[in-house]
Design a protein around this ligand. Structure first.
Ligand SMILES: *[C@@H]1O[C@H](CO)[C@@H](O)[C@H](O)[C@H]1NC(C)=O
Ligand SMILES: *[C@@H]1O[C@H](CO)[C@@H](O)[C@H](O)[C@H]1NC(C)=O
Ligand SMILES: *[C@@H]1O[C@H](CO)[C@@H](O)[C@H](O)[C@H]1NC(C)=O
Ligand SMILES: *[C@@H]1O[C@H](CO)[C@@H](O)[C@H](O)[C@H]1NC(C)=O
Ligand SMILES: *[C@@H]1O[C@H](CO)[C@@H](O)[C@H](O)[C@H]1NC(C)=O
Ligand SMILES: *[C@@H]1O[C@H](CO)[C@@H](O)[C@H](O)[C@H]1NC(C)=O
Ligand SMILES: *[C@@H]1O[C@H](CO)[C@@H](O)[C@H](O)[C@H]1NC(C)=O
Ligand SMILES: *[C@@H]1O[C@H](CO)[C@@H](O)[C@H](O)[C@H]1NC(C)=O
Ligand SMILES: *[C@@H]1O[C@H](CO)[C@@H](O)[C@H](O)[C@H]1NC(C)=O
Ligand SMILES: *[C@@H]1O[C@H](CO)[C@@H](O)[C@H](O)[C@H]1NC(C)=O
Length: 500
């Protein structure tokens, strides 16, 4: 009996692994190489062989170590980037010159060629890179080529998107403008999430929950939990909404293929970018299931939240504000932060390790080029600046982020920087052009209570207290609300349960 169970388990694992294999266009090779469409591996310089298993020991860079860990692939790639004088967005900056900066119309074979160039340049590659690329890219098996998945998606929808953005009817309470909420959490605090959904849930919005890849989750339990939220919210809907809503596919989804978010690393940006693609898929799913038009289904903004954020304005008011500002993204953007975030290589030695910094001096000694990290191909003297992770991004900017080659190069060029979630979005906006007159607003009207217990190292650090609540009027969100008593007081103060 035990044997049989084991056998079934083994069979299941084999089947499962094979299944997920077929779905993926990318595979890791040895030593940080990567293969596309099961073709031969793209290896780090000085590595070769079918699986990148052959190491050219005559090349000093393959010998490089960090304490006792080999960092040969990192070192050789770093040397290579110096040798080709990699400059900012070198591989993609000129692609769209004659094309209105619109990569949607790029020659697809050319696009495939550039993607392969990117893979040759910005390695080594690891598990999270492969996961990200599988969200962003799609294979054309006939041609044996890889393309940007969402460039294809939007190509058919350019006019519809314009129609959507031009529609300024924001007063129809039965058909409010959909928003997309991205809830990024590490630990599942059911109580906090339940409260949050009491006033952030609406049947026409979209909700995606990304739970950290290191957190064990019980899918069934989560599903029941969210079903219950939907059921109770349904009770109080108008008959009109109820009827309409019954046709919709579930608008709360738990992200599959979750990322392990390592603080300070690119993984936090990856998980967000990957989540954006799912939020577009949810729109398409709704269109497919209900027959509604794109214009009636598309969300205008993505709002990313963590489990302990609280709104300080009723959802209906907030929706209306964003509806009236469909062509605006809200992105904190201020100052130039520390240079050391960019002038060395920040890497994870494996999936489970934290971020370590490889210092230029050490890299140089080991034959890795200057070891100056992305500072060599990121011109900070252009007025980029950094900001915080807080943002409400509009659909056009999000579309750009997931469907443009420049944006893809920008993203992977940040791989070895520190805290890229405070820079990537700000650095990407420079190259984003919208023909309809998109604008950026710096003020995201959110606060963190930096004066509350700054020395504490637990939940009381920066936590919202009762005394703070009257000062929160005019804002949209406040961070770090941990206690039920505070949540209840905020709900009351800001009429969060009212439906205007
Ligand atoms: C690599 O390290 C080995 C062992 O320490 C050494 O014998 C060899 O000379 C080194 N190779 C190069 C190219 O530096
Ligand atoms: C990189 O720049 C150096 C110094 O300017 C030059 O000698 C070298 O030829 C350049 N390499 C490439 C591949 O352009
Ligand atoms: C393309 O974008 C660049 C950088 O934003 C801008 O300077 C240039 O004018 C744009 N070209 C066209 C044809 O829109
Ligand atoms: C598309 O790009 C490929 C590869 O760069 C090139 O060989 C081909 O001529 C291009 N086709 C067109 C129609 O421009
Ligand atoms: C539904 O409305 C009733 C009456 O206004 C209220 O007591 C109840 O809390 C509401 N339920 C939800 C889930 O909002
Ligand atoms: C909603 O539907 C229920 C039963 O279908 C009915 O009793 C009720 O009067 C309707 N409410 C409104 C506001 O139309
Ligand atoms: C929606 O329908 C189209 C056409 O049948 C299909 O290609 C696509 O995969 C569907 N998308 C989703 C998210 O269900
Ligand atoms: C939004 O996502 C970023 C990851 O880029 C994360 O660091 C940040 O904390 C998130 N914002 C909120 C409000 O949770
Ligand atoms: C929300 O909108 C309603 C109706 O327009 C208005 O009465 C109320 O003051 C608004 N509340 C906030 C916090 O903006
Ligand atoms: C960029 O600015 C820094 C600091 O002001 C300066 O040291 C550096 O020389 C500048 N680099 C370039 C390429 O202008």
């Amino acid at each position: 009996m035990k044997m049989k169970k084991l056998l079934i388990l083994i069979l299941f694992i084999i089947f499962f692994v094979e299944f997920s294999f077929q779905e993926n266009n990318f595979k890791l090779c040895e030593n940080g190489g990567i293969s596309v469409l099961s073709d031969k591996c793209i290896c780090p310089p000085s590595y070769s062989g079918d699986k990148c298993e052959k190491i050219d020991k005559n090349e000093k860079c393959t010998n490089a170590t960090y304490f006792s860990n080999s960092i040969g692939p990192i070192c050789c790639f770093s040397k290579y980037r110096d040798e080709i004088n990699l400059s900012e967005l070198k591989l993609t900056i000129n692609n769209n010159k004659n094309n209105n900066n619109n990569s949607i119309n790029l020659n697809k074979s050319y696009e495939n060629k550039i993607i392969n160039e990117l893979l040759k340049t910005y390695g080594p590659w690891d598990k999270k890179d492969v996961k990200l690329l599988d969200f962003l890219l799609i294979s054309n098996l006939e041609k044996g080529e890889i393309n940007l998945k969402y460039s294809n998606y939007f190509k058919k929808r350019e006019q519809q998107l314009e129609n959507f953005l031009n529609n300024d009817n924001c007063n129809d309470l039965d058909n409010p403008n959909p928003l997309a909420f991205l809830l990024i959490i590490k630990d599942i605090d059911y109580d906090a999430i339940n409260t949050l959904f009491q006033f952030l849930y609406s049947p026409n919005n979209y909700y995606l929950i990304h739970i950290d890849g290191n957190t064990k989750i019980d899918d069934e339990e989560l599903e029941i939990f969210f079903k219950k939220i939907i059921e109770t919210k349904k009770e109080n809907l108008s008959n009109y909404s109820k009827k309409k809503w019954n046709d919709y596919p579930s608008n709360i989804k738990i992200m599959k293929n979750r990322f392990e978010g390592e603080w300070g690393s690119i993984s936090l940006v990856y998980l967000e970018i990957a989540s954006y693609t799912v939020l577009f898929d949810m729109v398409e799913e709704r269109i497919n299931k209900t027959g509604l038009s794109f214009e009636d289904s598309q969300w205008s903004h993505i709002i990313n939240l963590s489990g302990n954020d609280m709104p300080t304005i009723p959802l209906s008011n907030f929706s209306k504000i964003l509806c009236n500002n469909k062509r605006k993204s809200y992105l904190d953007h201020c100052c130039i932060k520390d240079y050391f975030r960019f002038d060395r290589n920040w890497v994870q030695l494996n999936d489970k390790s934290g971020l370590i910094e490889l210092l230029p001096k050490n890299m140089k000694e080991q034959g890795c080029g200057d070891g100056l990290g992305m500072s060599k191909y990121y011109d900070r003297n252009k007025s980029y600046g950094d900001g915080s992770q807080w943002k409400f991004l509009n659909v056009e900017f999000v579309k750009y982020l997931i469907s443009d080659l420049k944006s893809l190069e920008r993203l992977i060029s940040f791989k070895f920087s520190f805290i890229p979630d405070e820079s990537f979005f700000q650095a990407s906006k420079i190259f984003f052009n919208s023909k309809g007159g998109h604008s950026f607003e710096f003020d995201t009207k959110r606060v963190t209570m930096f004066d509350n217990n700054p020395e504490a190292r637990d939940n009381t650090r920066y936590a919202v207290e009762l005394k703070d609540i009257p000062n929160l009027h005019g804002l949209y969100f406040v961070r770090k609300v941990y206690l039920k008593e505070i949540r209840d007081a905020i709900i009351k103060e800001f009429n969060l349960l009212s439906e205007y």
